[in-house]
Design a protein around this ligand. Structure first.
Ligand code: FES
Length: 354
């Protein structure tokens, strides 16, 4: 093994030098082959421009992603083979931001492969406590590495890289705006308070889309359900917002086991309906333990007691799961008595609007 030792560090204008002069002892058994950029200053210059172009393009795609976020209507859909209809805004954001990240990564790899030193070195391990001279050696190696990487020398690369990294967080800041401003400017409380549920609206199973009768649900059972007519609305609106807000779970327990509800008589013979969307940050939930009547959110483990008004008994959620009052119609199908009486879904909007 060869120790890491400083050696004379001679290089050309672009920092390209023979392995033996790079400041580290090369591994003797591995033959070293010089790259074109090590021997041809023009090739090195070309590589520098390529890397800089990638960083500059990354900035362009970041700007494009912000423009897409601002300009594309959130309800516009596009058809993509295999995926079907998807939100145009999501596609544009994913594409532009993804390309921006890819270009920074590709530029960094190209810089390392074509312009930074590529000698192989072996460093011997010593005691954990370094001697002062080893500290000095480490500092010297760091300084030498900094010089050899060309960070100071390749001004165009350095500036475009710093520019790309400075642009990179911009979309994150812009996108966070959605946490307190809705695309339409409406109050999130109103949007999340109005769902498709209404007096007499039948409850249909999510999957078969057939109306549910009380006898379809045994004690201890759980059914994911939706309001009748949802598919038509979904088709009309070309988005999943209505579905997300209206999704519920039905659970059945012995009526004697219900300790409290959010409204008097909101169950039907022990069948309770709750929003399916977690009040923490909105994951759909259907993990139900019939013995304890606990509903567990798989995202951050918030746990709700459905036998006690959907109360939070564990985890980061701060609000009960909203309950939907239900009954049966004259044909014996389960129906909603009215819409939810409080907003469904995540509660970040409450922070400064309460
Ligand atoms: S989304 Fe349910 S606990 Fe976080």
């Amino acid at each position: 093994m060869t120790a890491l030792t400083p050696t004379e560090n001679a290089s050309d204008d672009h920092g390209h030098s023979a392995p033996a002069k790079l400041g580290y002892s090369p591994v003797a058994e591995i033959p070293h082959r010089l790259r074109v950029t090590d021997t041809d200053p023009k090739a090195a210059r070309r590589a520098e421009r390529q890397v800089a172009a990638m960083f500059a393009l990354s900035m362009f795609f970041v700007v494009l992603s912000v423009a897409a976020y601002v300009m594309i209507d959130k309800t516009t859909v596009v058809y993509i083979p295999v995926l079907g209809e998807v939100g145009a805004s999501n596609v544009a954001l994913g594409f532009t931001f993804g390309i921006a990240v890819l270009l920074i990564g590709t530029g960094a790899i190209q810089w390392a492969k074509k312009l930074m030193p590529d000698v192989e070195v072996v460093q011997e391990r010593h005691d954990m406590v370094s001697e002062p001279q080893e500290d000095n050696l480490a500092v010297a190696n760091y300084e030498r590495g900094k010089d050899e990487s060309g960070f100071a020398r390749y001004k165009m690369i350095r500036r475009t890289l710093l520019g790309a990294l400075a642009f990179f967080p911009i979309p994150l800041v812009v996108f966070l705006r959605d946490l307190w401003v809705t695309p339409s400017g409406e109050n999130p409380t109103e949007i999340l308070s109005n769902t498709l549920w209404a007096k007499g609206k039948r409850i249909i199973s999510d999957g078969t889309y057939l109306a549910v009768r009380p006898e379809d649900l045994p004690v201890g059972g759980l059914v994911s359900a939706l309001p009748e007519g949802l598919l038509e609305v979904q088709e009309e609106e070309h988005n999943l917002n209505a579905r997300g807000k209206a999704a519920i779970i039905l659970v059945r327990m012995d009526p004697d086991q219900i300790r409290s509800q959010q409204g008097e008589g909101w169950d039907y013979n022990g069948i309770l309906a709750f929003s399916k969307i977690c009040t923490h940050v909105g994951c759909p939930i259907a993990l139900y333990e019939q013995r304890t009547h606990h509903l567990l959110c798989p995202c951050h483990q918030s746990t709700f007691d459905l036998a006690d008004s959907g109360a939070v008994i564990y985890g980061p959620a701060a609000r009960n799961m909203p309950q939907l009052p239900i009954s049966v119609d004259e044909e014996g199908y389960l129906v909603a008595v009215e819409d939810f009486s409080e907003p469904v879904g995540p509660s970040f909007w409450e922070r400064d609007r309460a």
